[in-house]
Design a protein around this ligand. Structure first.
Ligand SMILES: [Zn+2]
Length: 177
């Protein structure tokens, strides 16, 4: 278990991760806890019951609350996790920093994918629950052709990519509020 410590000034520190075992350290990868729809994460317990708690933990170096863990193991076998800022500020090798950067991007990509998937589902629900044929088509020329907003939506759902659909979703959500 990582020890909570006060903030470390890297400039004055001879050891890369003070209080976290001996250098060198091996980067083990990042990890973020899975959460349920209420934003809670499930924790293991001895009694066999399910427990839910707020996700996150503490950076082993500065004690900051973190949601994404950057896991390391020291030369003498101490495993600990730090936040991305401490991971990046530490005097690590270029190769490790590259690895961290890659893991961070991968995590961001997954988060974005999850967010977009959720919003696309919300868009789908919005279209099922509402009739947009009473609203005008956003394009004047199309309006004159007798088209309404539902024609626009149909066209967008067939031809637009994710970002276009989500832009439309925000616009439609305002309309039905
Ligand atoms: Zn930190």
């Amino acid at each position: 278990m990582a020890r909570k410590t006060k903030r470390v000034n890297w400039e004055d520190s001879n050891q890369t991760f003070r209080y976290c075992g001996l250098a060198p350290y091996k980067f083990l990868g990042t990890h973020a806890q899975a959460v349920n729809a209420d934003g809670l994460t499930r924790v293991q317990s001895d009694d066999g019951l399910e427990h839910w708690t707020t996700p996150g933990g503490t950076c082993a170096v500065c004690g900051t609350y973190i949601k994404v863990f950057y896991n390391f193991v020291s030369a003498d076998g101490t495993q600990f996790h730090v936040g991305c800022e401490c991971a990046e500020q530490a005097n690590l090798s270029y190769a490790t920093l590259r690895q961290i950067d890659k893991a961070k991007r991968e995590h961001m990509r997954k988060m974005r994918w999850a967010r977009e998937t959720k919003q696309l589902q919300e868009l789908s629900d919005l279209l099922t629950e509402n009739d947009f044929s009473e609203y005008p088509h956003p394009n004047k020329w199309r309006q004159e052709k007798g088209e309404n907003l539902s024609h626009y939506i149909e066209w967008m759902m067939d031809h637009s990519g994710t970002s276009g659909k989500l832009k439309m979703f925000k616009m439609l959500r305002k309309l039905v509020k």
